[in-house]
Structures are given as C-alpha cells and as structure tokens.
Ligand binder design. Structure first.
Ligand SMILES: NC(=O)C1=CN([C@@H]2O[C@H](COP(=O)(O)OP(=O)(O)OC[C@H]3O[C@@H](n4cnc5c(N)ncnc54)[C@H](OP(=O)(O)O)[C@@H]3O)[C@@H](O)[C@H]2O)C=CC1
Ligand SMILES: CC(=O)[C@@H](O)[C@H](O)COP(=O)(O)O
Ligand SMILES: [Mn+2]
Length: 382
C-alpha cells in the first residue's frame, strides 16, 4: 500500500488522481491533501477518504471548511509552509504535485529532500526553477515521474534508453481553442470562448495557456529539464486530434510515439504505478479505425509568438524563465477576470521579458524575489 500526498486535490488533475486511487483501493491510500479555497469540491473528498492532514490556502479557508464539514478526522493546516509538513511526513510514499502555478516549488524541493517519489503535473515549478529541482532530484536520487501527457509520452517512448541515442523530442500541440483563427480574429475573443479546449477538459489557467500556445512553451522548458535535452533537440508539431501525445526520434531515424484518447487518468496512473502498468477499467479506449485520419502541421511562430518567447527564455536561462512564468500567470489571471484582452497576455509577457535584467544561475531566494517582483510589475504597468 502506497500513501499519497496530493497537492491540488480540488483541481482537474487532483480529481482525476482521486479517480485513479479509487480504482485501486488495495494499492493506494490518500494520506494527505492540499487545496486552495474550493470547499465544495473538497468536502466530498474529505468525507470519503478522511485524510490525516488537510492543508488549505489561508486561515479563512480553514474556518470555512470547519464550518461546512460534518466530520473531519484529520488535522487542518493552512499556508504554503504547511505544504512542507504533508510532503515530508514519514508516512508518505508519493507526492503528487497537481497545484497550479509556481506556488508548488518549495513543497516540491522539500519532498525531494525527504526522498519522496514525485509525480509531477505542476509544470510551472520546473519552468521557474528546473535547474534547482533537477539538481536536488539528482542529489537525493529521487524519481521525478511526469504526469503531463506529452512528458509521460516521451518518458514511455524513451523507456530508459540512453540520451546519446536520442535525436530529438517531438512535442505535439493541439493549437488550443482558437487554432483556426487569425491574429486579427483574436482581438475580441471572450473568456468563455477561450475556455473551450477542442480535446481536453482541464483547469482554467492551462486551458488559456493552451490557446496562447504558452502551454507548449512551458512544456518545452519542462521537457528540457525532465529529459536533460537541449532546446535545439526539441521540436513542436501541431497535431489537432491530441491522439499522439508526443514522440521521440532516435539516432537511427526510428520514431516511437505514445497514443491514447485525451484522458489524463492514464498518465496519472502510470506515474503512480511506474515501472508497472495496471488495468484502468474506466479509461476511454482508442479506436483508430473510427478516427480514420490524424493531422500534422508545422508550427507558425508568428501566429503563436508565446511559443517563441518560451523557447528564447528557456535557451537564455537564468531568471528569464521565472519572469516568463510569473508574467504569464498574472496575465492569464487578469484575462480570466476580464481585466485585459486575450492578446494582451502575450504583450505583457513580452514586455516583462524585454525589460528584465537577466541573472545567471539564480538560487531559490533570487527566483522567489524575481517571481514576486515580476507579478508586481505587471500590475504596475497596467
Ligand atoms: N488539467 C490537466 O489536464 C493538466 C494539467 N497540468 C498541470 O497540472 C497543474 C494543475 O492543473 P489543473 O488541475 O488543470 O489546475 P486547476 O486549476 O484545475 O487546479 C489547481 C489546484 O491547485 C490549487 N491551488 C491553486 N492555487 C493555489 C494556491 N495559491 N495555494 C494552494 N493551492 C492552490 C487549487 O485549489 P482551489 O481550486 O481549491 O482553490 C486546485 O486544487 C498545472 O500546473 C497544469 O499546467 C498538466 C497537464 C494536464
Ligand atoms: C493534457 C495535457 O497534457 C495538456 O497540457 C494538453 O496537452 C494541452 O494540449 P495543448 O497545449 O496541445 O492544447
Ligand atoms: Mn500537456
């Protein structure tokens, strides 16, 4: 039996992780959870699983939870520092990081230092501080198992083969909600329209990132760190069906791809059961005959400048990826709250990157201060 700490239990990945846990009650136990403020989503989870620890975003959320619940056996904590408690506990075997945003960074580092196996969905953590996370994972000999569908596909395609045998990684991109629109047509798009991803049902932030193609940009940087591969060996190809989740081209020209329906429970379960595979009775099976055709298209970096910005920030390194990520997080939040237009998201990220004085090889403190500073600057500029 493996005890799981689930960070971001009320989110899209969090709920699907719980679905996987439910299908294997003999293998996994929900030991601890964290979430932000969504008490309504958290209550049924707490009542069914009665985790030993519950961490919420702040004191107000803790009070609301206590007032709303009929029975809570576990201890309720709040604040990001408390995430450390549920990541380092002796009873924990696996930490699933499914929070949204770079708020997951310190908890991830702490989980690694306590030698917990990490199943990571939270790409912002790797974008903002990939060099620190990977160095700690190496030092403590900890596995970082990808949940992100593309990275799980690459991980499965690599199947332990040596880096020198890899020519390149090919990340597939759906194109997001507005893939058939011109830039001119993007001027007046609404939040509601942006939230309609053609293939995946996901949290709001990643769905907007997918529409700006920043999601793929973050994934390029995530792949660079997870697989220790240079940016020149990462290619992005548009593939509108999201059936091939990504591919690896090896030195002999052979390409290995991983396919499946757009169902995140498959990569989530693989990260939890690795190196084994288990049946997943509720997974949606892929029927290639009924799909008939798959499409591939070259990326247009003028149509999707966010992807270009991410490649540039990733290659430059230092604090630029932190700026990219923090500016994007705030800009997406402003768009979701109808404070800025869709196209302003890219403008803000571009402006923050070009005004930033890059700092090489930043430590955690520097990353945290650049992150905070960038968020403040975005609001000042507005
Ligand atoms: N959804 C998907 O299919 C995929 C997601 N990912 C990645 O996984 C991560 C999670 O995505 P997703 O599940 O879609 O996101 P959601 O927005 O659906 O969920 C985010 C979770 O994080 C919690 N959270 C957010 N902010 C804070 C905070 N400040 N403090 C504590 N908890 C917080 C939320 O709590 P609450 O809502 O209670 O406030 C919620 O539980 C992201 O990094 C995303 O890029 C990667 C691949 C696929
Ligand atoms: C499910 C998942 O991993 C998402 O990151 C998804 O891949 C988004 O797809 P696009 O960014 O290609 O639209
Ligand atoms: Mn993905």
């Amino acid at each position: 039996m493996k005890n799981i700490t689930l960070l971001g239990a009320t989110g899209s990945i969090g709920i699907q992780t719980i679905d996987v846990i439910k299908q294997h009650p003999d293998k996994f136990k929900l030991f601890a959870i964290s979430f932000g403020e969504n008490i309504q989503r958290a209550l049924p989870i707490i009542e069914e699983f009665q985790p030993l620890w519950i961490v919420v975003k702040n004191k107000e959320a803790k009070e609301k939870l206590i007032n709303a619940a009929t029975k809570i056996d576990g201890q309720i904590l709040y604040g990001t520092d408390s995430l450390d408690t549920i990541c380092e506990h002796d009873g924990v075997d696996i930490v699933v990081n499914a929070v949204m945003g770079s708020v997951g960074l310190s908890a991830t580092l702490n989980a690694i230092r306590n030698k917990k196996q990490i199943a990571i969905a939270n790409k912002e953590t790797l974008v903002t501080a990939g060099h620190l996370v990977m160095a700690e994972a190496k030092k403590y000999n900890v596995d970082l198992l990808p949940i992100d569908s593309e990275h799980s596909a690459i991980f499965q395609a690599l199947n332990g083969e040596e880096k020198k045998q890899v020519n390149k990684i090919i990340l597939t991109a759906s194109g997001g909600s507005f893939r058939d629109k011109t830039r001119k047509e993007l001027e007046n798009v609404t939040v509601q329209d942006a939230l309609k991803h053609p293939n995946w049902s996901m949290g709001a932030k990643i769905t907007i990132d997918s529409a700006t193609m920043m999601n793929k940009g973050l994934e390029v940087i995530e792949a660079h760190w997870l697989f220790n591969i240079s940016f020149d060996q990462i290619e992005v190809v548009q593939h509108k069906e999201s059936i091939i989740h990504s591919m690896v081209e090896f030195v002999d020209s052979s390409i290995i791809a991983q396919l499946g329906t757009p169902d995140m429970r498959v990569p989530i379960q693989y990260a939890l059961t690795y190196p084994n595979r288990e049946s997943l009775p509720t997974a949606n099976k892929l029927d290639l005959v009924s799909i008939g055709k798959l499409h591939f298209q070259q990326m247009d970096y003028n149509r999707f400048p966010g992807l270009k910005l991410a490649f540039e920030a990733g290659k430059a390194g230092g604090t630029l990826p932190t700026v990219l990520n923090a500016a994007n997080e705030i800009a997406v939040d402003l768009f979701l709250n109808e404070k800025i237009s869709f196209l302003q998201i890219e403008d803000i990220v571009e402006k923050m990157l070009s005004n930033h004085q890059n700092i090489a090889n930043p430590d955690l403190e520097t990353i945290q201060s650049v992150d905070l500073e960038t968020r403040k600057k975005v609001l000042e500029v507005l």
